[in-house]
Design a protein around this ligand. Structure first.
Ligand code: PRP
Length: 212
């Protein structure tokens, strides 16, 4: 049995659709209920729905053999896992954003609000810029509006949240997409099954023009 941690939500549904097309279907998962674990013994797969930011914890600790996590989570928490495949879905970018027209004079410590303190610290350390991180858990966009921070480092997907709050992207930190990850020990002991799943999913990865 291969245990798969899927990120709950829209991304997870797209990921499950890929597994289903690859032959790892589990029809009960589509029933509208609150269950979190589904298995199909015949194809040897068990899926768990977990909070997207927790997928890598389940995989790192071996409660799941494989899982799908955003590159943002992998960069932020640096879990000790194998990254097997870029699924090229859940695409967005990590960006620095600020109120429209904002200019960093570089004269004083920059106040940066973010959920991603590690990514933000590394980005500014590489540029030799002194910052003060203000760690928030959501609705990051409100921080510069209320004067809590100068800028934010956050996920931008469509750009709607920034636009509707009079913010704009100042710089792209890193492009993000969903990655198939594996527990290191599981990869060693279930190599054949995990490699088979990876190969089948790889055949379903859609490349966009923007990737070329
Ligand atoms: C994320 C991110 C932005 C928004 C960006 O928030 O933090 O707020 O999506 O998407 P957009 O560019 O398409 O508007 P999420 O919905 O994950 O909630 P959060 O406030 O908890 O971060």
């Amino acid at each position: 049995m291969i245990n798969v941690a899927l990120p709950k939500g829209r991304l997870g549904e797209s990921v499950y659709a890929m597994f289903e097309t690859a032959g790892y279907e589990c029809p009960a998962i589509k029933e509208n209920n609150r269950k979190l674990i589904f298995e199909n013994e015949a194809v040897g797969i068990r899926f768990f729905w977990v909070k997207p930011s927790d997928v890598s914890i389940y995989v790192e600790r071996g409660s799941a053999d494989i899982g799908v996590a955003g590159k943002d989570i992998l960069l932020e928490y640096q879990p000790d896992i194998y990254e097997l495949l870029d699924l090229n879905i859940g695409k967005c970018r990590m960006a620095v954003a600020a109120p429209r027209g904002y200019h960093d004079s570089g004269e004083r410590t920059l106040k940066v609000a973010t959920k991603f303190s590690h990514i933000a610290s590394r980005y500014y350390a590489d540029r030799g810029r002194d910052i003060d991180i203000i760690k928030l858990n959501g609705s990051i966009e409100i921080a510069p509006i209320l004067g809590l921070s100068d800028v934010i480092v956050d996920i931008v997907e469509t750009g709607t949240t920034l636009r509707e709050n009079d913010l704009e992207v100042v710089a792209t930190v890193v492009p993000i997409s969903a990655r198939l990850i594996a527990n290191k020990a599981a990869f060693k002991f279930k190599t054949k099954q995990i490699e088979e799943i990876t190969a089948k999913l790889k055949g379903l990865v859609v490349k966009n023009d923007s990737d070329l």
